[in-house]
Design a protein around this ligand. Structure first.
Ligand SMILES: NC(=O)c1ccc[n+]([C@@H]2O[C@H](COP(=O)([O-])OP(=O)(O)OC[C@H]3O[C@@H](n4cnc5c(N)ncnc54)[C@H](O)[C@@H]3O)[C@@H](O)[C@H]2O)c1
Length: 270
């Protein structure tokens, strides 16, 4: 069902890898709500070819961009402006990668080179995108930027590794840049802290099945799905949330404010 919430709006969606990706679902919902899109992902992810299926459905050009490259980000923003004949109204940053996790290094033994790469891909990239967009005046007045994060930025989840540090930095960049972009151009910047979700990035976390089942039992509404997350992002891109900025918004079925549930207590009593 469409409410035309994004009719006439233009946006960039980072991070649609396959049908499970939160960015994929968000692109579909933005399209249904009337937005025009540019899709982008790292060149290496594009070789899988999946993104072209999405591009056909949402009728969007695909522009490759490794978010750790200044040149790639500059090229993406420049080409986006050319394509739309002006700026965009929203951006979704749906990007995350833990190099240490991938290489099997635990948090107490991380490789600092891998760590720097993780922080660059998963957090500093938001700064790079925003700084480039500001320089090229590529986000329209009252535009909206959303980056996806996880509650490991505030609480310890052992196997989340250095991604916890990356998410803390990401949330801080959203807050700090949110100040400047609000004053400068009335652009709002928020992070959405999503429930654990079965995607390629999510499933990379050791013990993910236990993790997701526990969160389900600890959330009064249950875990939020990627479709729910897409809907929430649509509202944040819409004009209905114009005064929300510099926030970390929990989208987790109540998990973040729950001490324990009767379901978990019953399980512990067995
Ligand atoms: N899945 C979960 O449980 C969960 C929970 C909370 C937050 N998140 C966050 O949601 C976001 C999207 O992840 P997802 O779960 O949809 O998984 P996903 O694997 O589908 O998406 C991650 C994306 O990051 C992209 N990426 C990696 N390196 C890149 C680079 N150098 N340049 C450009 N793009 C790059 C990948 O190609 C991929 O498309 C991430 O920030 C993730 O941390 C996920």
């Amino acid at each position: 069902m469409s409410y035309n919430l994004l009719k006439g709006k233009k946006g960039i969606i980072f991070g649609a890898l396959d049908e499970k990706s939160i960015a994929w679902k968000t692109a579909l919902r933005c399209h249904e709500e009337g937005a025009e899109l540019i899709l982008t992902n790292a060149p290496v992810a594009m070789r899988m070819g999946e993104i072209n299926k999405l591009a056909e459905i949402v009728k969007a050009p695909v522009i490759p961009c490794d978010v750790t490259s200044n040149e790639d980000v500059l090229n993406l923003i420049t080409k986006t402006k050319e394509h739309f004949g002006g700026g965009v109204d929203f951006i979704l940053h749906s990007i995350g990668m833990s190099v240490n996790m991938r290489k099997g290094k635990s948090y107490t033994e991380i490789d600092y080179g891998f760590n720097a790469k993780t922080l660059d891909i998963s957090a500093t990239s938001l700064h790079r995108v925003l700084a480039t967009a500001m320089k090229l005046d590529a986000i329209n007045d009252w535009g909206s930027v959303v980056a996806l994060t996880y509650i490991a930025a505030q609480r310890v989840f052992p196997n989340y590794n250095e991604m916890a540090d990356a998410k803390s930095l990401l949330e801080s960049v959203a807050r700090s840049f949110g100040y400047y972009y609000a004053v400068n151009k009335k652009v709002r910047i928020n992070t959405v802290s999503q429930s654990p979700t079965r995607t390629t990035a999510g499933s990379g976390v050791k013990g993910f099945d236990g993790f997701i089942n526990y969160a389900e039992k600890m959330s009064p509404l249950g875990n939020a799905s990627s479709e729910d997350c897409a809907n929430y992002c649509v509202t944040l891109f819409s004009d209905m949330t114009r005064m929300v900025t510099m926030q970390n918004l929990f989208h987790d079925g109540g998990f973040s404010n729950t001490g324990v549930t009767t379901e978990v207590i019953e399980q512990m009593e067995k």
